[in-house]
Design a protein around this ligand. Structure first.
Ligand code: FAD
Ligand code: NAP
Length: 350
């Protein structure tokens, strides 16, 4: 049954731990209850905002909205062959748990995406990615409900325009579609993607120690270890992961920058060049720098942390200072990665 809480405190439902009170928080299980939640929001004349694990959000102190969280349902195994696993994963399913379960069972596909916080339903929203892999690589389809019509739909992944930390759910479909499940395609055999620094060597070493462990699970463990050693755990130091996207610039601009800053790391792409946002921020002097309750982390300049008592305004002020400094020094505009609520696309349910 749909559970409803008025004047709900979301402070502990977002990993930056920003204080936030929402008009309503609903907990739904299954598509029928998501439809009920839409009807509830319509009756209240408030927008409906889907919330997962709150790990990619910057929340305001008060939110005049109906916030919807979905409960996890059991995984549905839609196997078509011994070597292929097609899975239906409900939106509320914990992503990290999903990676552990599938890789422990020997399936390839999600191993490089180990230890990313949040839910399966949010994963296509920014096409989550890490260590050279994105969910786009194994996403088949996204199931959900159009808020405007209440219509259920199954969208093939190719229609979601998944790109670097981007999708239509973050653009023209923002605030219009609630994802209720995702469909993934995993494989028994695959070529591991180990081209990020030290990954290949670390996996080889781990393999020598634990030869019996399924390779996907071993890779997931190595990546989890790397992440634990570099990233602050939101339980200890609230944060939303990378605060800015890595900018992609034209090849010519990248060449100019490299001539001026020979140590700048460049990652060539088909249509431009990716720069490491963390490097740009660090070289503007923000690594470890604190402004009131917020700071850029002392080991990873791309991660903004809340030392306690920060508000959305504090976070956005520091972000703005960084954007201005990076623009002035390197001529590159950094784009904020987490979703700023309420923001654009914040519509009342019709
Ligand atoms: P939320 O933060 O709750 O929501 C994010 C956005 O998705 C919001 O706009 C929300 O409305 C929307 N949304 C959520 N659920 C649904 C739904 N069911 N239907 C429609 N819209 C929905 N990201 C990466 O890509 N790679 C990483 O390696 C990575 N590492 C991280 C490490 C740390 C320590 C942290 C804190 C974050 C990291 N992130 C990373 C960011 C974040 O974990 C991901 O973006 C994750 O997918 C967000 O999931 P969530 O459930 O917490 O979404
Ligand atoms: P890192 O390995 O120190 O590398 C810094 C940046 O350089 C990364 O952002 C990465 O881009 C890029 N990079 C490094 N090696 C690359 C290669 N071989 N090819 C292409 N690009 C390369 O990064 P890190 O901070 O420890 O993070 C490791 C991985 O986890 C990264 O993929 C990162 O995206 C992911 N992560 C994401 C978040 C988030 O909130 N979005 C938070 C923590 C970690 P990419 O970011 O494009 O991979």
């Amino acid at each position: 049954m749909l559970s409803e809480q008025a004047q709900a405190d979301l402070t502990w439902l977002n990993t930056l731990a920003l204080p936030c009170q929402a008009a309503f928080l609903l907990q739904a299980s299954g598509q029928d209850e998501v439809n009920e939640a839409c009807a509830f929001a319509r009756a209240q004349k408030l927008p409906l905002l889907p919330l997962g694990g709150g790990s990619n959000l910057v929340l305001p102190p008060r939110l005049q909205a109906v916030v919807l969280q979905q409960q996890a349902e059991p995984l549905a195994d839609l196997r078509v062959a011994d070597s292929i696993l097609n899975l239906r994963v409900s939106a509320g399913y914990n992503w990290s748990q999903l990676v552990t379960e599938t890789t422990n069972a020997g399936w390839f596909g999600l191993e490089n995406l180990a230890l990313i916080p949040g839910t399966a339903g949010a994963a296509p929203v920014q096409n989550i990615g890490a260590y050279g892999v994105e969910i786009a690589d194994c996403l088949q389809a996204v199931e959900g409900i159009w808020l405007k019509t209440g219509q259920r739909d199954l969208l093939p992944a190719r229609d979601c325009r998944l790109a670097y930390r981007m999708s239509r759910f973050k653009q023209e479909w923002k605030g219009q579609f609630v994802i209720t499940a995702i469909y993934l395609h995993l494989q028994r055999q695959a070529e591991p993607r180990l081209d990020y620094a030290n990954l290949q060597a670390a996996v080889l070493q781990a393999r020598q120690r634990q030869a019996d462990q399924p390779l996907p699970s071993l890779i997931a463990e190595v990546i989890s270890g790397l992440r634990r050693s570099k990233l602050p755990d939101p339980q200890d130091l609230p944060n939303a992961g990378s605060f800015f996207k890595n900018p992609v610039v034209a090849l010519q601009q990248a060449r100019h920058l490299k001539a001026e800053f020979p140590e700048l790391p460049l990652y060539p792409l088909v249509d431009g060049c990716k720069l490491a946002a963390g490097w740009l921020i660090e070289h503007c002097g923000f690594k470890g720098q604190r402004q009131g309750a917020v700071a850029m982390h002392e080991q990873q300049a791309l991660v903004m942390v809340n030392h306690g008592g920060a508000s959305q305004a504090d976070v956005l002020q520091l972000a703005d200072r960084i954007q201005q400094a990076v623009l002035a020094r390197f001529g590159v505009l950094l784009e904020i990665e987490p979703d700023i609520w309420p923001g654009q696309g914040f519509r009342v349910c019709p």
